[in-house]
Structures are given as C-alpha cells and as structure tokens.
Design a protein around this ligand. Structure first.
Ligand code: IDP
Ligand code: MG
Length: 141
C-alpha cells in the first residue's frame, strides 16, 4: 500500500540493560505495527557517527556515543501507515523528565542524576531520516 511507512526504532543500551525490550515491543504490537526486522546489535562509534551525524558537533556528542556503546541495542524496523509520527508520539519527549506519562520515555525513564539523558528508545523523526537510518542499520535491505 502506498501509505505504508517504515521506521527505525532502537531500544538503547539502558532499555536493554533494564529489561525493557519486551515492553517496547509489546507497545508496538499492541498498536498494531508489524515487526519487519529485529536484531540485537553492539553499536560502534563508526556506525553512530552515521546514525547521529546531525549531532556530531554538539557538546553532548562524546557522552552520547559512550551511552550508546555502553551495551547492546535492539534495532527494529516497524511498519504501518503513519508509523513514524505514531511511534515518535509513543516514545515521548527527548528528556524523560519532560516526557508525558503514557509514553515510553515518560513511563520508564527518569533523571538518574548522571548529567546525561538516558531515554530508552530512539525513533526516526521523518520519512527521510527513517530511510537513511534503516539503510545504516540494515544495509542488506
Ligand atoms: P530524539 O532522540 O528525541 O530524536 P535528538 O534531539 O535527536 O532527540 O537527540 C538524540 C539523542 O541525543 C537523544 O535521544 C539523547 O539520547 C541525546 N541528547 C539529545 N540532547 C541531549 C542533551 O542536551 N544532553 C545529553 N544528551 C542529549
Ligand atoms: Mg532525533
């Protein structure tokens, strides 16, 4: 169908470490989105340089790479109409302190007092970034 979209979702290292993979997948499934790809992966600084290219010059970038390489991630491709905007809404605001209850970040995230943002999930924010990110994480297509 022409209005079917795909989104790249990552359960970040804190989400995997805390045993929240199932909760994230359960929410995607409960919403009716189809899992097209699913893989446990160890992110490398090289892969993250592509994935987070827009943030490479930001002051928080080194700590972001440290966070994202602190353990395995679960990379998913979810599919369905409007899945990009839908899953972004399900993820909630970037800062889990500000994320609304009912969202993944608002239900499972908090400020851990470490000075860094640990927010459990990544989700592509547009059709362009979804296509770009899926090609980075699943280059074989
Ligand atoms: P998003 O994940 O909600 O799309 P972005 O602004 O694209 O948010 O930032 C990417 C990731 O970088 C965030 O999810 C978070 O892990 C980290 N990040 C963003 N802004 C900050 C910050 O100000 N301090 C520390 N980490 C940040
Ligand atoms: Mg982003």
């Amino acid at each position: 169908m022409s209005d079917t979209e795909q989104v790249l979702v990552l359960v970040k290292p804190d989400g995997v470490r805390r045993g929240l993979v199932g909760q994230v997948i359960a929410r995607a499934e409960a919403r009716g989105f189809a899992i097209q790809r699913l893989e446990l992966r160890q992110a490398t600084p090289q892969l993250l340089a592509q994935h987070y290219a827009e943030h490479a010059a930001k002051p928080f970038y080194p700590s972001l790479v440290e966070y994202m390489t602190s353990g395995p991630v679960v990379a998913l491709v979810l599919e369905g109409a409007q899945v990009i905007v839908s899953f972004r809404a399900m993820a909630g605001a970037t800062d889990p302190v500000k994320a609304a209850p009912g969202t993944i970040r608002g239900d499972f995230g908090r400020d851990w007092g470490t000075g860094e943002i640990q927010n459990i999930v990544h989700a592509s924010d547009s059709p362009q970034s979804a296509a770009r990110e899926i090609a980075i994480w699943f280059p074989a297509g």
